[in-house]
Design a protein around this ligand. Structure first.
Ligand code: ATP
Length: 379
């Protein structure tokens, strides 16, 4: 019989795992292997996974997208790891897609949708300008209200018109902006400029003018961090023309949804873009991408975004519970991913190459072995 000697300081984190639909499960499986690998080498923490079915397939079969057991597990867990959910042909009677990930954000108050926009050295970016290699921004997308609040605040005039309402509240915005300024301060310690850009449409929409007013109020409480404001259309242009100029961007839900896909394109595709949805008590970590029905079942999904989302989860757990080993494990994953792409030879199917899910995973796992074995690197 084998015994695991667990020291008194060893933490065990419960992770609710929701692989979801389409490629969600395909990127989740290697991610759990990767996480097992880093956790098993730490003498500070372990991860206990509890997997639950949720999403469009389940809804098609049972009429329920997010069962109570999954919701309770997510609520009780230390963190939630989510693959992707929703399928274009599975919809609620009003025509919208099944999206339990949105329900989780609203239910747990996950107002800060953190979407890093960083080009990994060696990874492809569509911009030819060499400065594209310096792209290192973070988009903070408010994720509980904004125009997405229309999910529950829509008004119909029969077949003549539908009105969707944007909700911008002081309470959520104050927490959102405080989060963005704190993030900018933290990034400045790592050499970034320390600037937050408010992305809005304050020239047209009163709710957006309120958003900007609340941002400027918050900026006055964080005088050590630069603050500026820009209209969302102009930011769209600047994200294509000179994205390396941005540090932290903060915006409402719908604008953030759109801009984060632009960010993913800059990083080399949806398969490269991680995200975290963070609230005061809970957090969900998932890649930016959806279920990609066009490639599902073929084993070609790029798992990189899922891996990097898992690293964000470890960093968040490390901060929340003061466990340095989590930060070391996160750094090991990021280091392994960077090493995998560094020489430019790893070209994913998404980018016209041949590296499928298994090939990307194998490369990252090899990098992890080297990373962990190297004494000067975090183990
Ligand atoms: P959602 O509406 O759920 O956010 P979406 O409409 O943004 O989803 P995705 O499912 O993210 O759509 O897919 C957009 C495109 O990116 C598709 O062509 C898909 O194949 C591709 N894609 C998404 N994720 C990956 C991945 N991990 N690896 C490779 N290609 C991907």
């Amino acid at each position: 019989m084998a015994y695991l000697l667990v020291g008194v300081s060893m933490r065990e984190f419960r992770i609710a795992v929701l692989p979801g639909d389409g490629i969600g499960g395909e990127v989740m499986a290697p991610c759990l292997t990767l996480l097992e690998s880093v956790a098993s080498r730490s003498d500070e923490f372990r991860l206990r996974f509890e997997t639950h079915e949720a999403g469009a397939q389940l809804y098609r079969r049972t009429g329920v997208a997010l069962p109570d057991a999954a919701l309770r597990a997510a609520e009780a867990a230390d963190a939630v790891l989510l693959g992707a959910m929703g399928l274009p042909d599975v919809r609620y009677p009003d025509g919208t897609e099944i999206a339990p990930q949105l329900d989780l954000r609203e239910r747990f108050g996950l107002y800060a949708g953190v979407r890093p926009i960083r080009v990994l050295p060696g990874a492809p970016t569509p911009l030819a300008d060499p400065r594209a290699q310096r792209i290192d921004a973070v988009l903070v997308r408010e994720s509980t209200e904004g125009l997405f609040a229309a999910r529950t605040m829509t008004r119909r005039e029969g077949e003549a018109a539908v009105f969707d309402t944007m909700r911008i509240s002081r309470d959520t915005c104050e927490r959102l902006f405080a989060f963005a300024f704190t993030l900018a301060r933290r990034r400045r310690r790592a050499g970034r400029p320390g600037r937050v850009t408010c992305v809005d449409k304050a020239n047209v929409l009163p709710a957006m003018a309120f958003f900007r007013q609340l941002f400027l109020e918050s900026a006055s409480r964080h005088p050590d961090i630069q603050a500026d404001c820009a209209y969302v259309d102009a930011v769209g242009l600047r994200l294509v023309r000179a994205p390396w100029e941005f540090d932290v961007l903060v915006t409402e839900n719908m604008f953030g949804d759109i801009l984060s896909d632009v960010g993913a394109a800059l990083m080399g595709g949806m398969g490269m873009a991680p995200s975290a949805d963070i609230g005061d008590g809970h957090a969900v970590f998932q890649p930016c991408h959806g279920t990609a029905p066009d490639i599902a079942g073929r084993g070609v999904a790029n798992p990189t975004a899922m891996f990097l989302s898992a690293a964000m989860m470890l960093d968040w757990l490390g901060d929340r519970h003061a466990v340095q080993g989590c930060h070391r494990a996160a750094a090991a994953i990021v280091g392994a991913v960077e090493a995998a792409y560094a020489d430019g030879s790893l070209v994913t199917v998404e980018n016209g190459g041949t590296a499928d899910t298994a090939a990307v995973t194998a490369r990252v796992m090899r990098g992890l072995e080297r990373h962990m074995a190297s004494p000067e690197l975090p183990a």
